[in-house]
Design a protein around this ligand. Structure first.
Ligand code: PA5
Length: 454
């Protein structure tokens, strides 16, 4: 971008393959119906992720936390899983990548989104409790993976800091319900609310993701600004068929649903901004948990260039013809070091160039190869890979996911199928009740097996 020029963030539909997606014609006609549904849900307070009614208060809280409470810690240990962790990780990797580089000296964020006993122990052995803030994120306040870790971490804090353990905890949970809320009330622990109807995977642009962002010194205000810029037309009371039809989130939703109708049941997200690869994981959860319903949906396939050109790309290019691709790239990018003059003649084409030329050339090559392999592809091309662009992308993909779900006729904000596994795990651990699950488990583990050594 040249000085003074206006940045441009672009969705390039050139290779979207609309001609192979006939359902898109009728889907586009549903813009009026979708606009009405959006307006109704927003008025009913059901889509706070888009309308962000909590933001003014949160921005005030964040500004205070940033200059006060958070500044007192060197480490943040985030306990959370799924939507309570993936947004924070994407932001960390994109905008505070120092922790993954040699010589890191700044603040560190440790995200514990699993129940790996050895990893938890290693963190508790090595983190200095007196410099660590434990940020526990759980909308429900009851998620076993998070609460199981919380019990052990709280115990660790109590032992290390008997008089001050509560001051090293910040809980982000439902305003009224759940175990974490009870904990906060019983012990007077500092909390931030997860607003009603703000589901995990739609909550990155709330305290869930913004507190870690503020802790790491990210430009969270620009992130919010970018998010709200894309969300604003969708929450405008004057939204109608024409304005929704003109919004890129609706166009993406039409594309997403029309792809499913033609059997494109896998959606690659190929990020050619390496530091943004965790956004592909964030999106994978958003898309999969929202849309995998009633035998429908499309499987997200997160990928990062150029690394995955030497991994899964062969399958993308020449495997089953059931894939579409969201290709994410940026204009410009770092120039990198100059190549040295003493390279062998077969690499002459690199003479006089800098390392930064490789990524855009590889991106172009892969994008064209995918297109030639008949993979319907939409390119999201960002003018800069900054926080504002990330906010815009997150709003676009969040809204697009929601609208795709509505076009499919499913509920994109629940996740009923994953509940069974959770109930069975609890039954296995001997939780009260769950008689049916316990009986089913007993039959499952004692039933006939076909097990062979290898
Ligand atoms: O997107 C979702 O709703 C889920 O992935 C949740 O974020 C995840 O299950 C964790 O739930 P909770 O925040 O209640 O602990």
């Amino acid at each position: 971008m040249t000085a003074g020029s206006k940045r441009q963030d672009i969705l390039d539909w050139t290779n979207a393959s609309w001609e192979r997606l006939p359902a898109s014609v009728d889907l586009r006609k549903r813009a009026g119906e979708m606009a009405q549904k959006l307006a109704g849900e927003i008025t009913a307070g059901k889509l706070p992720f888009l309308s962000t009614p909590f933001m003014a208060a949160l921005e005030k809280d964040l500004a205070g936390l940033e200059s006060g409470f958070l500044a007192g810690f060197e480490h943040m240990l985030l306990l959370g899983i799924g939507g309570s962790a993936l947004g924070a990780r994407a932001l960390q990797k994109a905008f505070a990548s120092g922790q993954d580089l040699p010589g890191h000296t700044g603040k560190s964020l440790w995200i514990m989104d699993n129940v790996d006993a050895a990893v938890l122990e290693a963190h508790l052995d090595r983190l200095p409790a007196d410099k660590t803030l434990v940020y526990v994120v759980s909308k429900s306040g009851d998620t076993i993976e998070t609460i199981g870790q919380y019990f052990l971490v709280k115990d660790w804090l109590k032992k290390a800091l008997p008089g001050a353990w509560k001051d090293h905890l910040l809980l982000n949970t439902d305003e009224q319900k759940g175990y974490l809320r009870q904990e906060a009330e019983t012990f007077g622990i500092r909390t931030l609310p997860v607003p009603d109807n703000l589901g995990g995977r739609y909550s990155a642009i709330s305290a869930v993701g913004l507190v870690p962002a503020a802790f790491l010194g990210m430009d969270w205000r620009a992130l919010v600004k970018g998010f709200q810029a894309v969300a604003a037309p969708l929450t405008d009371p004057k939204l109608d068929a024409a304005s929704l039809a003109a919004h890129p989130a609706f166009e993406f939703a039409v594309w997403g649903k029309a792809l499913m109708d033609e059997g494109f049941c896998e959606l690659i997200t190929f990020f050619y901004i390496p530091a943004w690869s965790s956004f592909a994981d964030w999106f994978a959860q958003l898309w999969a948990e929202s849309l995998g319903k009633d035998g429908m949906g499309s499987q997200p396939l997160p990928a990062v260039g150029a690394t995955d050109q030497h991994s899964v790309n062969q399958m993308f290019l020449d495997g089953p013809r059931n894939k579409a691709c969201l290709f994410v790239e940026r204009a410009g990018g770092p120039e990198g070091l100059p190549f040295p003059a003493d390279m062998p003649p077969i690499f002459d084409y690199l003479q006089g160039k800098r390392f930064g030329v490789l990524l855009p050339a590889e991106a172009l090559g892969t994008r064209m190869a995918l297109t030639q392999s008949q993979v319907p592809l939409v390119a999201l091309r960002l003018g800069a890979d900054d926080a504002q662009a990330a906010g815009k992308m997150m709003a676009l993909l969040g809204a697009a996911t929601l609208l795709t779900g509505w076009l499919m006729g499913i509920n994109p904000v629940d996740q009923p199928a994953v509940e069974l596994g959770k109930r069975l795990a609890k039954a296995r651990l001997g939780a009260d009740g769950l008689a049916e699950e316990k009986a089913a488990l007993a039959a499952f583990v004692t039933g006939g097996r076909d097990e062979r050594g290898f």
